[in-house]
Design a protein around this ligand. Structure first.
Ligand code: NAG
Ligand code: NAG
Ligand code: NAG
Ligand code: NAG
Length: 492
């Protein structure tokens, strides 16, 4: 025999269940559906960190010429300085694409080069560039001051937009060890530097003791005449840019500094950023160059779980920091109308088993067990959402919701599915049994269970695309209803 306490609980459950007006009769949720205020860009932290980071370098005195261009590194994450590879930081990202010529970098070269500054007269001590985005160096034939050979070298280096050409005297390795037997150094950079950045005067020991120290003469700078947009990173579309404004936008997840203007690196950091407990995966990044006191200083990737655009790209800098070359990129969502905003059969309250983009089905004998609603009260944002569990509360069957067309994936590529679920309509007790599975080609790859008090992002395990894949949601058992909104499938 049940104890009095248990009887009381059962009675309370029955009363509350019978008093419930189900969603299909425009009942109201047990508690209002609210969205948290999304955090905006922390521009102070970015500016402060830009004041600390040092990404300047020149061609080393002791390394052989023609070294490979090192991969893009991360120099700060969320205000903490670091020196790590992008792959280390973006550990959630499953792949690093092979570098192909000019993909993702600062820009492509077009129309030759122009002199940024000339070297000092022969014999006068000069200085080489110490600047950001150093790539590699070579030595060119020093029978003449061989500008053309240096520009040709830049053409051959992925991401090179600028070279610094100079003689380095008293370098033992150049004079006696390296096979080229030339002291005319050509240093390649992925960004353009001015004469103010000629700060490496040599003075380093290279010859055996007692030493004449190294010194530099005739240091000139040459830049690509025009720069064009980098190729969009895989899985992203350009939203705006280049402009002089960085985003100050909601849904901010944090930032990283990288050592080159490399949109592929930012995309990889966004993919590997992890999940915000309120907003879910990174869906947008803003890359820009910080110029401090006129000198390129670092390259920022700011990451967001909400897609921003040029209307919020209004941070032009602060103090000595100026924002340049700002571009926004949005992560492609392969789900058509993942927010159910395409359903607008009315302008207040209505629902249907399916529309042009989504199909809801009920098992035999079931009635509206998977539905699409137009009703802003149920939606995470906008007017549309979907419901699993009988809309009229007249059966306890689980429904199935699926996009009208299969997802157009790339065969063999990796994806993650994200959906926002809320299971709170009928209160904690009745929603305790709520359950919805996420299925990919019929296999369960994620789920939500039990009472969920606010729209919460839920991610699947990583899934593989086959080129045409069936996504579906299965579950709900009225009065343990679950609403769904903002469904996404994103490439990793
Ligand atoms: C990063 O670390 C490497 C190896 O430890 C070092 O050679 C390089 O100078 C460091 N870079 C920065 C920017 O600190
Ligand atoms: C990039 O970071 C790695 C790991 O810390 C380090 O070994 C490497 O030298 C760094 N590269 C540069 C160019 O600083
Ligand atoms: C050319 O480079 C070699 C090797 O560093 C050096 O010995 C020679 O003096 C240089 N010639 C000129 C004209 O600077
Ligand atoms: C929601 O519906 C109302 C009324 O039809 C409409 O004015 C509004 O623009 C809709 N909101 C969105 C985000 O579509």
């Amino acid at each position: 025999m049940p104890s009095p306490v248990r009887l009381f609980a059962l009675a309370a459950l029955l009363v509350s269940a019978s008093a419930l007006v189900p969603p299909g009769h425009q009942g109201l949720p047990n508690q209002p559906i609210t969205s948290d205020d999304a955090p905006t860009t922390d521009t102070d932290s970015i500016a402060q960190t830009a004041g600390q980071v040092n990404q300047k370098s020149s061609a080393p005195v002791d390394a052989p010429p023609n070294a490979d261009v090192p991969p893009t590194n991360v120099t700060a994450v969320d205000g903490t300085l670091t020196n790590a590879t992008v792959a280390d930081v973006a550990s959630g990202s499953s792949r690093r694409r092979a570098v192909s010529p000019n993909v993702g970098r600062f820009s492509k070269r077009q129309g030759g080069y122009e002199q940024v500054f000339a070297g000092l007269a022969p014999g006068v001590h000069d200085a080489s560039i110490e600047g950001t985005a150093y790539l590699t160096y070579t030595v060119v034939n020093n029978a003449t001051y061989n500008v053309q050979a240096c520009l040709d070298f830049c053409d051959s280096v992925d991401g090179c937009v600028y070279v610094n050409l100079f003689y380095e005297f008293n370098n033992f390795l150049l004079d006696f060890v390296f096979s080229e037997k030339s002291n005319l150094k050509c240093a390649a950079y992925g960004d353009i530097h001015g004469a103010a950045e000629k700060t490496n005067f040599g003075g380093q020991p290279s010859y055996p003791q007692p030493v004449p120290l190294t010194f530099i003469t005739q240091s000139s700078g040459w830049a690509a005449k025009s720069l064009v947009d980098p190729t969009d990173p895989e899985g992203y579309d350009l939203v705006f840019g280049p402009t002089g404004g960085a985003n100050n936008a909601p849904g901010y997840m944090g930032f990283a500094f990288i050592d080159k203007y490399d949109v592929d690196a930012c995309a990889q950091l966004c993919n590997g950023r992890g999940y915000d407990p309120v907003g879910g995966v990174c869906q947008y990044f803003n890359i820009w160059r910080a110029v401090v006191n006129g000198v390129p200083t670092t390259y920022t990737c700011s990451m967001y779980y909400l897609i921003a655009d040029e209307s919020t790209a209004v941070n032009f800098g602060q103090g000595p920091l100026v924002v340049t070359l700002s571009r926004g990129y949005a992560r492609k969502n392969l789900v058509i109308d993942g927010g159910f905003e395409g359903f607008n059969a009315c302008d207040d309250f209505c629902f249907a088993a399916s529309d042009a983009n989504w199909i809801g089905t009920s098992p035999t004998g079931g009635d509206f067990d998977a539905t699409i609603f137009f009703f802003s009260t149920f939606a995470k944002d906008g007017n549309g959402s979907a419901l699993l569990g009988a809309a009229f509360g007249d059966d306890t069957d689980a429904g199935t919701l699926t996009p009208a067309k299969p997802i157009a994936t790339k065969n063999g590529a990796n994806y993650v599915i994200q959906s926002f679920f809320i299971s709170s309509f009928s209160g904690t007790a009745l929603e305790a049994n709520a359950h919805v599975d996420i299925l990919w080609n019929g296999v369960v790859v994620g789920s939500t269970s039990g009472f969920v008090g606010s729209y919460t992002p839920t991610q699947s395990v990583n899934v593989k695309g086959t080129g045409s894949d069936v996504l579906s949601f299965h579950g709900g058992a009225a009065p343990a209803w679950t609403f769904i909104d903002d469904v996404g499938v994103f490439e990793l």
